[in-house]
Ligand binder design. Structure first.
Ligand SMILES: Cc1cc2nc3c(=O)[nH]c(=O)nc-3n(C[C@H](O)[C@H](O)[C@H](O)COP(=O)(O)OP(=O)(O)OC[C@H]3O[C@@H](n4cnc5c(N)ncnc54)[C@H](O)[C@@H]3O)c2cc1C
Length: 606
């Protein structure tokens, strides 16, 4: 399909290449997605005219960037902090249809979620792990075995679940046989079905890299501080940006999308057009907390979905050597980047665990990780947060700012398609219709084009593929099996590129003995995934911040020192980075709890 590529002389950038296809041309830059290329990125963003600018680098903005780039648009994306640092790294990490939405007869939402979940096995099989879930049924629960069995049957049909993953109804004895630690009292049976576990923050960076490979240009730590108006028509034509280096510049684009998740109203306020108040949905923030325990303390073989007395579904999910539980759901109007974790959240989640696994005697001291996030829900006056639809809404403002509110991680690709329909409409209104061939190509490729790290992985055979890769890496590079496992998990078929980079840079040894993170992997993340700060690496690119427990906390100085060498940080900067990481990983709260409980948990905050 591609005819040829040549240097684009219209723009003074030696990294700017024009790709010419049978049906037109579009521009692809070749600036590495690396920390060291930030200035080049800033120059490029400041000096290139874009078709589309996206504000917000969570999963919603990432998906739109990919979709727009697939349709041949020249795309820019700016993120105020790190990619995925908002809600998109603090979810329950499930690609799911949303069984609970059936209660509100949201059949389309369930169907869409289920199908997108299935689609992720084609797009990024290494980022989704099918997990058997158990829904235990107790006499006191709102829905009994028949009602729940029927609901899950419908769920499987709507989501077109493969035969080997469809629901099975279990007797009380079968449930207890498979999960012997479960509370037996009033248990009547259970239902086994499947959902997919993911790594939300890695999904974000992977989708952004997919957009980059198609010519989009993304920058983290670049906040939109104002919108740029067209001189003649007063329409929104770009944004003023402030980077963390203190560089201020403007990005110009034909259309701007506000994908700022919980922050969309602050971007709308920059538009300053009161006439939008009717057309743009209002946001309701709801806070959700998760707690992490070692798998030894909660040795379950299934994930669990639990009907709670207040009419919600809670999840208990095993993930390698840990088990995590969540989430709470409470209206929230505080600071959005670092919503707190209160004693009542902890009590609520621990009570749930006590009820289900009384013999495990889980206590506060067992918590080894935690996080809290804010759902950006579309306000439905009079409804409780648990009853508010998770469906997104897209609107076009009077000055052509396209805004997306609400939504789910699972539906990122569908949401992107929907936003692009609105973008095409705006472009048409403005007299810049998008080539129909490109639109069609985008809709054909979007559900099929593999994300980075997935090209060589068979969609349904990821476990076998990973096994084979792990053996190969252990043999070729003499690394530990556990390290090889985490490399395939994090990077899919790019795992070997990580090792090659590691060999060229700081080597294949671990940064710290008990943490699955290689010295040279740090270099890879700085060079290929635009890691700028310690927290980017620890909390979002590797998940060690939430799931790594004491071992990750103990390793933090070693990781910071290794980054300091590469990025020339002085001692003061190292301390700042460690402190910021402790806040974002919720280690500070853990310290406080340890002090309150008088335990001797590892402290990094002094
Ligand atoms: C507790 C909890 C559990 C959840 N569990 C699931 C689940 O299991 N499955 C599921 O499908 N969904 C789940 N969700 C929902 C899902 O996580 C969210 O719908 C999704 O992550 C929202 O993504 P987003 O990109 O819209 O927002 P965000 O991820 O918050 O991204 C918005 C970004 O915009 C940036 N930004 C803000 N202002 C500016 C500015 N001025 N300039 C530049 N950038 C800016 C922010 O820094 C942020 O990174 C859950 C949500 C929560 C809170």
């Amino acid at each position: 399909m591609l005819y040829f590529a040549y240097h684009d002389r219209d723009h003074d950038h030696d990294h700017d290449v024009l790709i010419v296809t049978m049906n037109g041309g579009y521009r692809v830059h070749r600036i590495p997605f690396s920390y060291e290329s930030r200035q080049q990125r800033i120059d490029y963003l400041a000096n290139s005219p874009f078709d589309l600018l996206i504000i917000g680098g969570g999963i919603t903005g990432a998906g739109i960037a990919r979709e727009a780039a697939l349709s041949g648009l020249h795309v820019a994306l700016i993120e105020a902090k790190d990619f995925g640092s908002g809600t998109s790294s603090r979810s329950t990490k499930l690609f799911h249809g949303g069984l609970r939405y059936l209660e509100h007869a949201e059949f389309l939402l369930v169907r869409e979620g289920g199908r997108e979940r299935e689609g992720m096995q084609r797009l990024a099989p290494h980022l989704v792990e099918p997990l058997p879930f158990l829904l235990p049924i107790y006499r006191s629960m709102k829905y009994g075995k028949f009602a729940m069995g029927t609901a899950v049957w419908l769920y499987d049909r709507l989501a077109q679940v493969a035969a080997d993953e469809q629901r099975v109804i279990l007797s009380r004895e079968e449930v207890l046989q498979s999960e012997p630690g479960l509370n037996e009292e009033d248990l009547t049976g259970g239902i086994r079905y499947h959902e997919y576990l993911t790594d939300d923050a890695r999904c974000v960076v992977t989708v952004i890299r997919a957009a980059e490979q198609l010519g989009a240009c993304a920058l983290n730590y670049a906040r939109c501080v104002g919108l740029v108006e067209g001189e003649k028509d007063g329409l929104i034509r770009g944004a003023r940006v402030n980077t963390e280096e203190g560089v201020e510049f403007a990005i110009r684009a034909k259309v701007v999308v506000n994908a700022a998740g919980p922050w969309i109203e602050s971007v709308l306020a920059m538009e300053g057009d009161a006439s939008n108040e009717q057309s743009t949905p209002r946001i309701l923030h709801s806070r959700g907390v998760h707690l992490v325990f070692s798998r030894e303390r909660l040795p379950i073989t299934h994930a669990f979905a639990i009907q709670t007395p207040d009419g919600r579904l809670m999840f208990i999910i095993p993930r390698e050597d840990v088990t995590f539980v969540g989430t709470t759901d409470e209206v929230y109007d505080g600071e959005l980047y670092q919503p707190g974790i209160h004693e009542r959240d902890v009590t609520y989640l621990l009570d749930l665990l006590h009820g289900l696994f009384p013999n495990a005697q889980i206590v506060e001291q067992d918590i080894i990780g935690q996080w809290s996030g804010v759902r950006p829900l579309v306000l439905e006056p009079g409804k409780e947060t648990k009853d508010v639809s998770r469906k997104d809404q897209v609107s076009i403002g009077a000055r052509h700012l396209v805004t997306i509110a609400g939504g789910k991680l699972t539906a990122w690709r569908k949401m992107a398609e929907e936003v692009m329909e609105h973008v095409y409409e705006v472009m048409e209104r403005q007299g810049h219709p998008v080539n129909p061939y490109h639109r069609e190509r985008a809709s054909r490729l979007s559900p099929l084009a593999p994300l980075p790290g997935s090209l060589q992985i068979p969609p349904k055979g990821v476990a076998e593929w990973a096994q084979c890769e792990i053996e190969k890496m252990v043999e070729r590079y003499a690394i530990a099996r556990e390290d090889a496992f985490w490399l395939t998990r994090r990077y899919g078929d790019e795992a070997e590129s990580v090792l090659l980079c590691a060999k060229r840079t700081n080597g294949l040894a671990r940064v710290e003995q008990n943490v699955p993170l290689l010295k040279g992997e740090l270099d890879y993340l700085i060079e290929v995934e635009l890691v700028c700060h310690l927290s980017d690496l620890v909390v979002r690119r590797t998940g060690l911040g939430y799931f790594g427990g004491d071992a990750a906390m103990r390793a933090i100085s070693a990781i910071a020192d290794a980054m300091a060498q590469r990025l020339a940080w002085d001692a003061a900067r190292v301390n700042e980075e460690i402190a910021a990481c402790a806040v974002q990983a919720y280690w500070e709260e853990r310290d406080l709890r340890a002090q309150r409980l008088g335990t001797h948990a590892q402290s990094i905050t002094g």
